[in-house]
Design a protein around this ligand. Structure first.
Ligand code: ZN
Length: 512
């Protein structure tokens, strides 16, 4: 059916190339840093670029293409970072490389060689830069499936005139991370039919096939879902009448090849609402467009599992769960005022069917809380495009919220540091007692409110408070961090960002 579908061949046709005059390339991309950073250019082109600088200062503003006999293919793309201030992070390198690679493709290059020297100010600049280059080459899954879109034949990366182990490791990490991000982008970016729950299951099973460190467990039986994931089942009630829109819960387990070396257990829950109409509280005035991205949390969890599958961190045991459902509108929609009973036994009064993400994840969080008690050094995460409020507060950055146990280890600060290193913005937000209290049931006998419709502020924090309460995390010492990626996940027409895969891989030392 999918004639052209193929995984990106990232390994076979990517090379480390020490010689910028090699005959194997049809052009070279070089980053131009501002003079104050003192980053040297390859010696072959130093005087060539110096003389260009004197003619036209504009080369420091936009990528330009030059005929140049001193490099492979006789074509040189100069891609400037522009001014770099103390407020910039390594994202300036990612963006410059991405633009340079796009310019090279526009120029017709099929075999570009990227020169990416190390820069003192940005310790992971080479890694992030290569990721920027690979990002430019990504073609969405549904486009790959309908036409042959190979946009390059091979690519080279050059750091220096000799190949070092350090640079080789950088390239290997970049390729593994890009593979992981392709998984996340494919799932998050495809339309709601191409990535309906069962289709996501099929994609995930294909993606991890043959890896003995990975086990996949799919829960699809309706009776089991209704009993063990009652809140997710309520969200999916209208969708459940359509065979292809039925809900799935997918558990992906990564086991270290050497269990004796495991020092940490990660338990990740991803919101995978394949389409969010808002439900009976339907999204109006055009606010529904783009809601196929409401599965970006589950997509990121799948991508993080892919990174573990490729890089095989010996010290981690990881379970990722994708909570896949669809918030449809129909005669069987769940509605406000219904009283649901969660897996934990706590009752939840529905108040707004558009606050479905917390319900989709709640029972999985509770299951993890129970499992975590028996695991070594556990840390539970929820990753979700959960609230417009997170976007209103932090723009295109992720809001990170620790519970009391994770806060005791300054976990969100560590994530923020990793985010800086990898050019993924993480903002630390605080869950306070009021954010837990606001979720208490108001009607006689109710345990919890799904969402306080009177709340005029703190919506992203109170969603974390709800998950802490419904997940049974209030009275335990289990570490828990909620990541609201509503602003960070990327909205159409931009490609999905696949956040926070890079941050998690950096923070939990998945990289080699
Ligand atoms: Zn919603």
């Amino acid at each position: 059916m999918y004639k052209y579908v193929q995984e990106f061949k990232l390994y076979e046709n990517i090379f480390i190339e020490p010689n910028i005059q090699s005959a194997n390339y049809d052009g070279v991309i070089v980053l131009l840093y501002p003079p104050e950073l003192n980053v040297g250019l390859p010696r072959q082109i130093t005087s060539f670029v110096d003389s260009l600088s004197k003619i036209d200062n504009h080369i420091h503003k936009v990528p330009t293409v030059w005929s140049c006999d001193y490099v492979s293919g006789g074509r040189l793309v100069l891609s400037p970072t522009g001014k770099v201030t103390p407020y910039h992070d390594v994202g300036v390198i990612r963006d410059a490389v991405k633009k340079g690679m796009q310019r090279a493709l526009d120029a017709g290059m099929k075999k570009p060689l990227l020169v990416i020297t190390s820069v003192v100010d940005f310790p992971d600049g080479q890694l992030v830069g290569i990721l920027g280059a690979l990002e430019a080459l990504y073609v969405p899954l549904q486009i790959r499936e309908i036409k042959d879109t190979k946009n390059f034949i091979h690519i080279g990366f050059q750091s220096d005139e000799k190949v070092t182990d350090v640079f080789e490791r950088v390239v290997r990490n970049a390729l593994a991370l890009e593979h992981s991000r392709i998984v996340a982008r494919d799932i998050a970016g495809s339309d709601p039919e191409r990535m309906a729950p069962a289709k996501i299951v099929e994609y995930v099973q294909n993606s991890f096939a043959g890896d003995s460190n990975i086990t996949i467990n799919v829960i699809e039986d309706e009776a089991v879902l209704a009993k063990e994931y009652p809140l997710l089942a309520a969200v999916n009630r209208a969708a459940n009448h359509i065979e292809r829109h039925k809900a799935r819960v997918v558990e992906i387990l990564y086991n270290s090849s050497n269990p004796n070396r495991v020092t940490e257990t990660l338990l990740l829950v991803g919101k995978g609402v394949t389409y969010d109409t808002g439900g009976a509280d339907v999204k109006i005035s055009g606010r529904m467009a783009g809601m196929s991205r409401d599965k970006s949390g589950a997509a990121a969890v799948a991508g993080f599992m892919k990174a573990c599958s490729i890089l095989k961190p010996p010290h981690l045991k990881v379970t990722g769960v994708l909570c896949l459902c669809r918030n449809s509108i129909g005669e069987d929609s769940y509605v406000a005022d219904e009283l649901l009973t969660s897996r934990s036994g706590k009752t939840v009064r529905v108040t707004n069917t558009d606050a479905e993400g917390r319900l989709a994840m709640a029972d999985s969080v509770f299951k993890f809380t129970e499992i975590a008690a028996k695991e070594l050094n556990p840390h539970i995460y929820t990753i979700a495009t959960l609230t417009g409020h997170a976007k209103a507060c932090y723009g295109n950055h992720t809001a990170a919220m620790d519970n009391h146990s994770a806060k005791a280890t300054n976990h969100s600060s560590k994530l923020q540091f990793s985010g800086f290193r990898m050019a993924e913005g993480i903002e630390i937000s605080t869950v306070r007692s009021e954010d837990l209290a606001v979720n208490m049931g108001k009607c006689k006998g109710d345990d919890l409110l799904q969402y306080d419709t009177d709340a005029k502020s703190r919506n992203h924090q109170l969603a974390a408070g709800f998950l802490i309460k419904v997940g049974g995390l209030e009275d335990t010492n289990i570490k828990y961090t909620h990541l609201d990626i509503a602003g960070a996940a990327g909205a159409p027409p931009e490609e999905p960002t696949a956040v926070p895969i890079l941050t998690l891989c950096h923070a939990h030392k998945v990289l080699i």
